[in-house]
Every structure is written in structure tokens, then in C-alpha cells.
Design a protein around this ligand. Structure first.
Ligand SMILES: NC(=O)c1ccc[n+]([C@@H]2O[C@H](COP(=O)([O-])OP(=O)(O)OC[C@H]3O[C@@H](n4cnc5c(N)ncnc54)[C@H](OP(=O)(O)O)[C@@H]3O)[C@@H](O)[C@H]2O)c1
Length: 235
């Protein structure tokens, strides 16, 4: 059984991953901004046996909330061995940004990059102690190539990919394995706000949950570092 921290677990990809991991028999500790947002959802703690799901307040902008989340998880579960980073925002700020757009650029970098760095940094001791640490990061194809003009978003994801590569180096001898998941379009609110691709033609969040579940089950020597998946053909 794994004990897994999951950010952004109240909707979209994170919610589907959390549900899948509960069904797999793992314990999850979710970090979300709005605690009430889980009421009635598929991971509503009332629907699951006691001790399987822990809910924590987590805001990527608040460093203390990451610390509190980790401390609470160690207190209640005695430790954890996996972190899945699903919180993120889309920004449409282009290369030729307007004066005043700097704030959105910095916010995007803070949520999509710096907050994930901080959460993984603070989790490191627990991941090392477990002897089987795993970090999964929802990067994006936008962290591997830049299509169009989503300069702020793409830059945050390229930075995140750099972080994943560094964590891979740092964690190797400690048996910590990193997996960067890089989809193009996934059928969630985020993609619906920007892509014209039909929802049913997009990668489904359940597919990403299936991939994460497989990653967590694979032995250390077979964990993929990067999974790039396109729902649409790219030249
Ligand atoms: N959907 C796609 O096409 C796609 C493709 C490639 C990569 N990705 C990446 O996959 C990840 C998940 O995306 P998604 O499609 O599931 O998006 P989503 O449905 O928009 O969900 C985003 C999640 O991030 C959380 N979040 C946003 N700002 C936060 C903050 N300041 N502190 C804590 N949590 C915050 C949201 O919480 P609230 O409900 O509180 O806002 C929500 O749980 C993101 O990193 C995204 O960039 C998505």
C-alpha cells in the first residue's frame, strides 16, 4: 500500500487520480484550497472507510500550507512515500505581453513551478525515509515544445521539466523516482477553456489516472521518467 500526497485533487486530473488511488487500496492525503469542494464528490471522505483519505488546506501561494499539509500527514499516517502534483493554472499571456501582465506571469510561475518545487523539497525527507519514494508531476507537452503563443504557461512548464530532471538526479541513489507526465489536451475545465478539439477526442482524465496508477505499481528499476502523450497529431 502506498500513502500519497495529491495536490489539485478536487477537480480535473487530480480528482480522477485521487479516486483511482483510493480504489487501488492506497491511502491519500489531498491538498486543496476549498475544503468544501469535496462534499458529494467521488472522493468525499464520507464515502470511504476511515483512515483512507485525509483532507488538508493547501494554497500554492502559501508556503506554510505545504508545511502544515506535510506535518499533518506525518502525524496522521506516520509518513508518506509518494507525491502527485496536479495543481496548476493556464495562462494565455503571450510573448508580446502588455504592461501590467507581469503579475499574471509571476503567478503562473509561482503555481506551476515554484510551489511544486517547494512541496517536493519539503517532502524529500519522507520520500528518502520510505526507500521507495515516487514523485509524479503533471507537466504538459507545453513543457517539451512551444506551440503557438502561450509564453507564460509554456515557460512555467519548461521550468518544471528542468526541475523534474534535477530531482531525478538528486533522488536516484535514494530510490526516489520522478515521472513527468506530458499530455497535450486532457478533457478538463482547463482544456475546455482554450482548445477547440472535441471533448471526446481529448485524452480523458481517467486515462492519466490509469497511467499514474501503473507508475506507482512498477518496480523502481522500471519507472518511466517521462510520458509524452498526444491526443492530436503534431508535425
Ligand atoms: N487539461 C489539460 O489539457 C492539461 C494538459 C497538460 C497538462 N495539464 C496540467 O495538468 C494539471 C492539472 O490540470 P487540470 O486539467 O486538472 O486542470 P483543472 O481542472 O483546471 O484543475 C486545476 C487544479 O489546480 C488547482 N489549483 C489552481 N490554483 C491553485 C492554487 N493557487 N493552490 C492550490 N491549488 C490550485 C485547482 O484548485 P481550485 O479548484 O481551488 O481552483 C484545481 O484543483 C495542471 O498542472 C495542468 O497544467 C493539463
Amino acid at each position: 500500500m502506498r500513502t500519497i500526497l495529491i495536490s489539485g485533487a478536487n477537480r480535473g486530473i487530480g480528482l480522477n487520480i485521487a479516486y483511482k488511488e483510493l480504489k487501488e487500496g492506497n491511502r491519500i492525503s489531498v491538498g486543496i484550497r476549498d475544503l468544501k469542494s469535496l462534499t458529494g464528490s467521488i472522493i468525499d471522505p464520507k464515502k470511504w472507510p476511515e483512515g483512507r483519505i485525509l483532507i488538508n488546506k493547501y494554497d500554492a501561494f502559501k508556503k506554510n500550507s505545504a508545511e502544515n499539509w506535510i506535518n499533518n500527514t506525518v502525524d496522521k499516517f506516520g509518513g508518506f512515500d509518494s507525491v502527485i502534483n496536479c495543481s496548476g493554472v493556464l495562462s494565455k499571456v503571450p510573448f508580446l505581453f502588455n504592461d501590467g501582465d507581469e503579475e499574471e506571469i509571476l503567478n503562473t510561475l509561482n503555481i506551476n513551478f515554484l510551489a511544486i518545487w517547494n512541496l517536493c523539497r519539503l517532502s524529500w525527507e519522507q520520500l528518502c525515509a520510505s526507500g521507495k519514494g515516487r514523485i509524479i508531476v503533471l507537466v504538459s507537452m507545453s513543457g517539451k515544445r512551444s506551440k503557438g503563443d502561450l509564453a507564460a504557461y509554456s515557460s512555467s512548464k519548461f521550468a518544471l521539466m528542468g526541475l523534474c530532471q534535477t530531482m531525478k538526479n538528486k533522488g536516484w541513489d535514494k530510490n526516489i523516482r520522478i515521472s513527468a507526465i506530458c499530455p497535450s489536451w486532457v478533457n478538463t475545465e482547463m482544456a475546455q477553456n482554450i482548445s477547440s478539439i472535441d471533448k471526446s477526442s481529448m485524452t480523458q482524465p481517467e486515462d492519466i489516472a490509469e497511467i499514474c496508477s501503473t507508475i506507482l505499481k512498477l518496480p523502481t528499476q522500471s519507472v518511466p521518467f517521462e510520458i509524452a502523450l498526444n491526443c492530436n497529431y503534431e508535425t
